[in-house]
Structure formats: structure tokens, C-alpha cells
Design a protein around this ligand. Structure first.
Ligand code: SF4
Ligand code: SF4
Length: 96
């Protein structure tokens, strides 16, 4: 199994390891029929989870924390925030 990827911000208190993907209750999904490939979502993502490959934008989920900033800023409403654990289901805090 591949090692889990973590975000490691640095502050005056040292280096922190953050499993930002584990924070996600909703995951962004790009509707490619509405995307005009402007790149605004990539610019706003705070953890660099959106990449450009072959002129197309894709969301990677190793670091995505489900904040929804990309969906909020998309001028074409091409990003939907989908429940991470199935429609209408959210895990209890601290549970599986
Ligand atoms: S902001 Fe919206 S339209 Fe622009 S690249 Fe991202 S998903 Fe596509
Ligand atoms: S939901 Fe937040 S962290 Fe995930 S891709 Fe969008 S802006 Fe980045």
C-alpha cells in the first residue's frame, strides 16, 4: 500500500504533519461538460490539490480537505461537492 501523503506546514512552532484528506466530508468533482478550463479553481486551492494535465484540470484527493473553495470560486459552477461517504451520510465525529 502506498504511503499516505501529508501536508507539512512550517511555523515558528516547528513542522506539522497534517492528514488534510481525512478532514473531508465532501469531495469536489469537476463536471467536464461545464468546465471552460480557466484555471481559477487551481489558483484558489489552499493545498494544491488541483492539477493541470494536457490542458485539462483535475482534482487529486491526497491532500484535498473538502473546503469547497474551488466550487465557490468556479465561474461556471462546474464543481459539485459530493458527500464523501455516500448520499446524505456523514460519519459520526471520531467514528468510522
Ligand atoms: S474554475 Fe471551474 S471552469 Fe475554471 S478550470 Fe476550474 S472547474 Fe473549470
Ligand atoms: S475542496 Fe478545497 S482543498 Fe479540495 S480541491 Fe477544492 S479548494 Fe482544494
Amino acid at each position: 500500500m502506498a504511503a499516505k501523503k501529508l501536508v507539512t506546514p512550517v511555523s515558528t512552532g516547528g513542522i506539522y504533519k497534517l492528514d488534510t484528506a481525512s478532514w473531508r466530508d465532501f469531495r469536489p468533482v469537476i463536471d467536464k461538460t461545464r468546465c471552460v478550463e480557466c484555471g481559477i479553481c487551481l489558483t484558489f486551492c489552499p493545498v494544491c490539490s488541483i492539477i493541470r494535465t494536457g490542458g485539462k484540470y483535475e482534482i487529486t484527493y491526497d491532500y484535498c480537505k473538502g473546503c469547497g473553495l474551488c466550487a465557490h470560486e468556479c465561474p461556471k459552477q462546474a464543481i459539485d461537492m459530493m458527500p464523501e461517504h455516500g448520499v446524505g451520510q456523514r460519519p459520526a465525529k471520531g467514528g468510522q
